[in-house]
Design a binder for this molecule. Structure first.
Ligand SMILES: Nc1ncnc2c1ncn2[C@@H]1O[C@H](COP(=O)(O)OP(=O)(O)OP(=O)(O)O)[C@@H](O)[C@H]1O
Ligand code: SF4
Ligand SMILES: [Mg+2]
Length: 370
């Protein structure tokens, strides 16, 4: 199986405008710091992390809205030059995005049909006489019924708007769909419908997903592999069930333990880091109970087997974290996720198996955090 996306040593820094007034030269915020990950064809990669950890920054790089400060992004093996308009067009042709807020991301002056048609016109890949057929096909696939086509976004429910966002993202065939918290603005039953729709789409369409969410249960439901971000660093990646059952990085352990013991599936609700990240070395070391001398350096990405990658010195030393908790027996299912979506029940879709894990992770940066 080949990779849809290869990200190597990706760093994205921003100049902090707010603090620019206080400093002669404004400091840089590293939203992503030396991230490496790969998403295979047909795979759903889940990405989680607390607020501000860099999830949306990664999403925006993948559709050409942000440029990397350093590192490379390859789409279907082709390295993207973010200064080249043709490469950005190629990226946008092949990577779709669905944003968290379906209200603000849909043009209020256009009807649903016009919103979806606009995407077709912009792509220049479909002849005009095929528009109707294509829109009907995608609308049926994502559960946008015919009566919704002449309506304006304000006349739709939250779930319907999110389906329209999906239709717009998918009407031109894509290789990768980036979903940046696509269900967090929706109530639980609508969330379940949208997630079930995504699962069906996954089987129907030949594409990969990058699924960003704060909700561990959602990730477990939709993803094959999981990546955990902590202040711009990818601290752990691997098979989603391996990480859910036996997290290895002290941060992931605490994250998953809090989610389970406090019964809160959302990482957003779990306040773990009462301190700012360490400015040098391992970013988690000011909070980590297991920190030791070596942790003043940047931990390497260590492959513990089966593509389970952890950035932590403990595993280099054959140690286990002090915070290691009793093994998790099972991550509770969210019952509502099993709600069937009636309008999709008629589609015959082949099953798609989980993608195999691949080696990946963060690597030591030659230029530690600012
Ligand atoms: N355009 C920008 N200019 C300056 N700083 C930015 C910009 N975009 C993001 N950042 C900063 O980069 C960091 C990561 O932001 P990002 O939006 O990627 O986080 P996130 O993980 O998506 O958070 P959330 O869960 O709240 O959506 C934050 O410190 C944020 O303030
Ligand atoms: S590298 Fe050190 S500080 Fe960082 S998570 Fe591992 S033990 Fe803790
Ligand atoms: Mg975000």
């Amino acid at each position: 199986m080949t990779n849809t996306i290869d990200i190597e040593h990706l760093t994205v820094s921003f100049r902090s405008k707010r603090r620019a007034a206080l400093f002669r030269k404004s400091p840089r915020v590293k939203a992503l710091d030396d991230i490496s990950l790969h998403i295979k064809e047909g795979e759903t990669f889940g990405l989680t992390g607390e607020t501000g950890s860099g999830k949306s920054t990664l999403a925006k790089v993948l559709v050409g809205l942000y440029k990397p400060t350093s590192g490379t992004v390859r789409l279907l093996g082709k390295e993207i030059d973010f200064e080249d308009k043709n490469d950005i067009a190629y990226l946008r042709q092949n990577v779709g995005i669905v944003l968290q807020d379906p209200v603000r991301s849909l043009n209020p002056r256009l009807t649903v049909e016009e919103i979806v048609t606009e995407a077709l016109i912009a792509s220049k890949t479909f002849p005009k006489e095929k528009y109707k057929e294509r829109i009907d096909h995608i609308a049926r696939l994502v559960g946008v019924t015919k009566d919704l086509l002449p309506r304006y976004p304000r006349e739709l429910s939250g779930g319907q708007r999110q389906r329209v966002s999906l239709a717009r993202a998918l009407v031109v065939p894509k290789k990768l769909l980036v979903l940046d918290e696509p269900t967090s603005a929706l109530d639980v039953s609508i969330q379940a419908q949208v997630l079930n729709t995504l699962k069906k789409l996954k089987s129907e369409l030949d594409m990969s997903f990058l699924f960003i969410t704060h909700d561990i249960n959602v990730i477990k439901y939709v993803s094959h592999r999981l990546g955990v971000l902590f202040y711009g660093k990818l601290v752990e990646t691997g098979d989603v069930r391996d990480i859910a059952m036996a997290p290895k990085h002290p941060y992931t352990q605490k994250l998953i333990s809090n989610v389970l013991t406090l019964g809160m599936p959302s990482v957003r609700e779990v306040s773990i880091t009462e301190h700012r990240p360490a400015p040098t070395g391992c970013r988690y070391r000011l909070v980590c109970k297991s920190a030791f001398g070596k942790c003043h350096d940047i931990p390497p990405a260590l492959n513990l087997g089966s593509g389970h990658i952890v950035s932590c010195f403990l595993y280099e030393e054959g140690l286990t974290p002090l915070e290691e908790l009793a093994p998790v027996k099972a991550v509770p299912e969210r019952p509502s996720l099993a709600i069937p979506v009636p309008e999709l029940a008629t589609h015959q879709v082949p099953d798609s198996g989980p993608g195999a894990a691949s080696a990946e992770g963060t690597r030591a940066s030659p230029d530690p955090a600012p």
